[in-house]
Design a protein around this ligand. Structure first.
Ligand code: SF4
Length: 133
């Protein structure tokens, strides 16, 4: 198995730019090495950057939460889909459903999102919007 990050600029995993961190997390989600990567991060308690789709930064309760996510992944759990990725997927799905003739209220119900969120997704450019903090 080959780590998905091998084909990308390693700086992406250590960037302080939110959009670049999200790109790194997106790539990690489908990486076949994600479990071993989480284990490796747990062996390096002071490490920073994105490991196994978990952005490691901060201290105290924030750091503990990140470490818990790493434990979950190291034990075979799947990494959570980053919020920006989930938003992009929902926006794409909303547009697809609209193209099939669904009304906004039906799309909101189908995707289990609010009416205002569905409306926002339908006006969203899924390729670029939502990538900045
Ligand atoms: S899970 Fe780890 S090995 Fe895989 S792409 Fe992410 S940082 Fe690289």
């Amino acid at each position: 198995m080959i780590a998905a990050c091998r084909e990308h600029d390693p700086e992406l995993w250590f960037s302080t730019d939110y959009a670049e961190q999200q790109q790194a997390r997106d790539i990690c989600v489908s990486c076949p090495m994600v479990q071993a990567c989480a284990q490796k991060a747990l062996e390096r308690p002071d490490t920073v950057g994105v490991w196994a789709s978990v952005p490691l930064s901060g201290y105290g309760s924030k750091r503990r939460s990140q470490v818990q996510r790493l434990y979950h992944i190291a034990k075979g759990g799947r990494p959570e889909i980053p919020p920006v990725t989930r938003m992009r997927l929902n926006a794409t799905a909303a547009r697809h459903l609209r193209d099939q003739g669904m009304r906004v209220s039906e799309i909101a119900e189908r995707l289990q999102i609010s009416l205002s969120t569905a409306t926002r997704y339908l006006g969203m450019n899924t390729s670029t919007e939502g990538l900045s903090a």
